[in-house]
Design a protein around this ligand. Structure first.
Ligand SMILES: [Zn+2]
Length: 156
C-alpha cells in the first residue's frame, strides 16, 4: 500500500516535470529529475555542485497539503525544487511564491557582503576571483540549505 502510494507520487511528479517543461512550479528555474538524469549530467547542465544539485532535485509538491486533506490526484500535484518545496512550511501557494528564496537579500550574511565587495575590485578570471567565487557559492549553498533544514556538512 505504502509502496504503491510512493510509486503513484513518483509518477505524478514525473508527469508534472514534463508538463512544466522541467521548470520548478515556484521559481520557474530548471530542476533535476533524479530518475531520468545522472548526477554528473545534471551538474554539468545546471552548472552546480553536487551539494547544490540536492536542492534543485524535482520533488512532488501537494498544492493542497496532505495535512489539509490534499490527495494524490493529478490536479493536486506539481513538481518543485526540493528547496522550494521544503521551505514552504505553513504558507499557502501564493504566500510562498511571494517569499521565495531565489533572491534573498545579499546583505543577510556579512561574509557574503564582504566577498561581493572584494569581487568588484578583483580581476575576472584571476586565481583570486575563482577562489572568491568558490567561497561565495559555498556560503550561498550553506545559507539556502539552512533555510530548509538540510545538514550539508560543508566546511566553510
Ligand atoms: Zn524552485
Amino acid at each position: 500500500m505504502a509502496s504503491n502510494n510512493r510509486k503513484l507520487i513518483i509518477k505524478r511528479r514525473q508527469e508534472s516535470f514534463i508538463r512544466q517543461g522541467g521548470l520548478c512550479f515556484y521559481c520557474n528555474k530548471p530542476m533535476w529529475e533524479g530518475e531520468v538524469e545522472s548526477k554528473t549530467a545534471a551538474m554539468a547542465r545546471l552548472g552546480v555542485t553536487r551539494t547544490e544539485l540536492k536542492l534543485l532535485m524535482s520533488t512532488a509538491e501537494h498544492l493542497l497539503r496532505k495535512a489539509d486533506g490534499g490527495g494524490n490526484c493529478r490536479d493536486n500535484i506539481v513538481a518543485a525544487h526540493a528547496i522550494c518545496n521544503h521551505s514552504r512550511e505553513e504558507r499557502t501557494v501564493e504566500e510562498h511564491k511571494a517569499t521565495l528564496w531565489i533572491d534573498p537579500p545579499a546583505d543577510e550574511d556579512p561574509r557574503i557582503v564582504e566577498i561581493i565587495d572584494r569581487l568588484k575590485v578583483v580581476k575576472d578570471g584571476s586565481r583570486l576571483h575563482t577562489e572568491l567565487m568558490g567561497k561565495f557559492k559555498a556560503l550561498r549553498t550553506h545559507q539556502l540549505a539552512e533555510q530548509i533544514g538540510y545538514n550539508l556538512q560543508v566546511t566553510l
